[in-house]
Design a protein around this ligand. Structure first.
Ligand SMILES: Cc1cc2nc3c(=O)[nH]c(=O)nc-3n(C[C@H](O)[C@H](O)[C@H](O)COP(=O)(O)OP(=O)(O)OC[C@H]3O[C@@H](n4cnc5c(N)ncnc54)[C@H](O)[C@@H]3O)c2cc1C
Length: 346
């Protein structure tokens, strides 16, 4: 059955740390949450904005990167088997006969009795270069994320960017692709110095091409990317070479425009005003994480985990009535993995 065909008990908008843990606590309370995520991956800011940055202040984890934190949260929430819809950016919401209808930019409509808004700083979209041909070849050789490494096997690949993603994908794809070229528009990098040095070393060894300060001048091809022209933005010298894929790693930007249309009470800074147990001004709509603000709020992951648990309990009470659903703690998954064996507990 399509997730848009039924009325869900609870939909969580946003698959960042707050939304993921809200889904987890909904699941441990016996609910089957549906997560709607604007991107094609989960993890929110930690995965999209700072995958390589160290995180030191999440309880129980002395140190990890943003991506490692996202991976752990995803692994944890997958235990309760949530429903997940990717590439669903919620644009509008309306309550019809007690049921919230969420209208996504994709044209899909999802319905639920209760909603947890975990939209953080807003829906992320990739930062575009504005290069000629970039939009025309989107999905036909121009990409902003790498979904399947195998898609680039044997190809001439152009990577664009100076951040950790560009460095990482250059190193990862060099052994799989026919040829990898990395261009960056300036002699300064957002990436970790170690990652930059690694790419410089493999470029020196002739394993990849690394061009600085170069930008895309034009993308060409018959229906799909076949050739690119890049130029030196200091000397205007141009180079053309065949490529089948261009991966643009310029980062992601959040847009919180949708939130303003939803009828939620916002404070002067544009954050959702929440009251006890993450309630908003609208019935059945709860809000958590970076999207919210209240006295004492800090925009830290540790606070979002608490709000996630609180909102799940509140949703349980809202949907099933006081006292039903929602456990104080969870006894763990029914299927536990011990080393390579799967055991079923009662
Ligand atoms: C550079 C940087 C470093 C940081 N370092 C730390 C740190 O070390 N420790 C710490 O505690 N905190 C840190 N933070 C803050 C922390 O990342 C945030 O508090 C946290 O990510 C907020 O989680 P969230 O789930 O509320 O929102 P987000 O992480 O922003 O996730 C929201 C998700 O909702 C999705 N979304 C938004 N709108 C829609 C929509 N309309 N429809 C569908 N999906 C939507 C987005 O695509 C996104 O995936 C850092 C933040 C930044 C920017």
């Amino acid at each position: 059955m399509d997730n848009s065909d039924k009325v869900h008990d609870v939909i969580i908008i946003g698959g960042g740390p707050a939304g993921l843990m809200a889904a987890f606590y909904c699941g441990t309370g016996g609910m089957k949450p549906l997560i709607l995520e604007a991107l094609d991956f989960l993890g929110g800011q930690s995965a999209a904005l700072y995958p390589e940055k160290p995180v030191y202040d999440v309880p129980g984890i002395v140190e990890c990167t943003g991506q490692e934190l996202a991976n752990k949260l995803i692994e944890q929430v997958m235990q309760i088997e949530p429903l997940i819809e990717y590439n669903q950016s919620v644009d509008e919401m309306k309550q019809v006969d007690g049921v919230w209808n969420l209208y996504c930019k994709s044209g899909k409509v999802f319905k639920a009795k209760a909603i947890i808004v975990g939209t953080g700083k807003g829906a992320f979209s990739p930062i575009k270069l504005g290069a000629p041909g970039e939009d025309a070849y989107l999905g036909k050789g121009v990409y902003y994320t790498v979904k399947r490494l195998a898609d680039f096997k044997g190809q001439d690949v152009l990577l664009v960017g100076g951040g950790d993603s560009a460095m990482d994908w250059t190193c990862t794809l060099k052994d799989l692709a026919k040829r990898v070229t990395l261009i960056h528009r300036r002699d300064g990098f957002k990436a970790h110095i170690g990652a930059v040095n690694q790419v410089k070393a493999i470029a020196q060894a002739g394993e990849v091409d690394f061009l600085i300060p170069y930008e895309i001048k034009n993308i060409e091809g018959q229906g799909k990317v076949e050739k690119v022209t890049v130029f030196n933005n200091q000397t205007n010298e141009e180079r053309s070479f065949p490529v089948q894929s261009i991966i643009i790693c310029a980062g992601f930007k959040p847009t919180a425009d949708a939130l303003k249309k939803w009828g939620l009470e916002l404070n002067e800074k544009g954050f959702i005003k929440t009251h006890e147990i993450c309630k908003t001004n609208l019935p059945g709509i709860f809000a958590i994480g970076d999207a919210t603000e209240y006295v004492g709020k800090r925009h830290l992951i540790v606070m979002e985990f608490g709000e996630a648990a609180s909102s799940a309990g509140a949703v349980s009470t809202y949907v099933y009535g006081k006292g039903k659903g929602g456990a104080e703690w969870w006894a763990g998954p029914k299927k536990k993995k011990t080393e390579d064996k799967e055991t079923v507990t009662a």
